[in-house]
Design a protein. Structure first.
Length: 319
């Protein structure tokens, strides 16, 4: 069994390759060809932390993987990372372990890939302005993945922490020149963007119906618990709503759960899983004016797909 660091993962995996394998993972998931149990959470109450366990089996990708994510917000005051993640990949044919790896970058890559796939099927092809709300760790991968799908002329960013915005722009100055613009408010970003990515831990919706212009695509990858929300219920109710998993969205996605509780939509309002669109079971964008929303809470098949690619890349390099 091999042990890979976060640096190893980033060297072996190119974002465009991850996009391709995660797209196939979504397709397999929606066709019922994976075993993807519910994400299990173990609360460590005495330490104020949570441990999340995400297993997946894919015969088509010939892999079983389990990702373990720990979330300890109080670590911030101790000068420690608040999130740790590791992934174990196993050969499902004989049970032998393939590898164990740091899963921080892998998670970033596969989550960015999900947004890129949503852009491929749901965004207008003439989209010119990308808006990113939230400039934390995930924003890097969102930007790198989204710009593999479309050549955006402008990239607008917003975060409540101005220093994070400045650092984000500086980190990508050489890659994107002067295309990255700092915005002073969410409103200004939303009403001037063609594609919007929300990557926050907000508990209150901040993307509102009155701000969004016709034809906009939104990829909402934050708000992964029932008490979080980034997208206003009124906006969801007038948009084409696509999810990574119906089952996961209805139990975990705060934006959708709260919109149902408020009576704006019903459980049947979800138009499709992204995998159904990839598989040709449902249509993607239907016209230039519809507002599309991709709500993702993250699936273990994304991790398994990325891990299968990682394993192939490692073997090709060192065999």
């Amino acid at each position: 069994m091999r042990a890979l660091t976060d640096e190893d993962v980033q060297k072996l995996l190119a974002i465009e390759d991850v996009i391709g394998v995660v797209e196939e993972g979504f397709r397999l998931y929606s066709l019922g060809k994976t075993v993807t149990p519910h994400r299990m959470k173990v609360s460590v109450d005495y330490a104020g932390g949570d441990i999340l366990i995400m297993p997946c089996l894919s015969a088509d990708l010939n892999i079983f993987s389990t990702k373990i994510v720990t979330v300890y917000p109080q670590n911030l005051s101790k000068g420690m990372p608040t999130i740790h993640a590791i992934l174990v990949a196993i050969n499902p044919e004989n049970g032998a372990p393939h590898l164990i790896c740091d899963a921080k970058a892998l998670t970033g890559l596969r989550t960015g890939a999900a947004t890129a796939i949503s852009i491929k099927y749901l965004a207008r092809k003439d989209s010119k302005v990308l808006g990113i709300i939230g400039c934390g760790y995930q924003a890097k991968w969102q930007l790198l993945a989204a710009t593999k799908m479309l050549n955006f002329e402008e990239i607008k960013i917003y975060d409540i922490d101005r220093e994070k915005m400045l650092n984000f722009k500086q980190n990508f100055k050489e890659v994107f020149d002067d295309r990255i613009k700092l915005m002073s408010s969410v409103d200004d970003l939303v009403n001037s963007s063609d594609v919007i990515i929300t990557a926050t831990t907000s508990r209150y919706p901040f993307v509102k119906k009155k701000q969004v212009k016709p034809g906009t695509h939104i990829s909402a990858i934050g708000a992964y618990t029932p008490d979080m929300a980034e997208i206003e219920a009124e906006l969801i109710a007038v948009s084409k709503l696509v999810v990574d998993s119906r089952e996961a969205a209805l139990s975990e996605a705060g934006d959708i759960i709260q919109a149902i509780k408020k009576g704006y939509i019903t459980k049947d309002y979800i138009y499709a899983e992204i995998g159904e669109i990839i598989a040709g079971m449902k249509q993607g964008r239907a016209n230039m004016d519809e507002i599309t929303i991709f709500k993702s809470v993250g699936l273990s098949i994304q991790d398994a797909a990325a891990a299968s690619l990682l394993l192939r890349k490692f073997r090709n390099l060192y065999s």
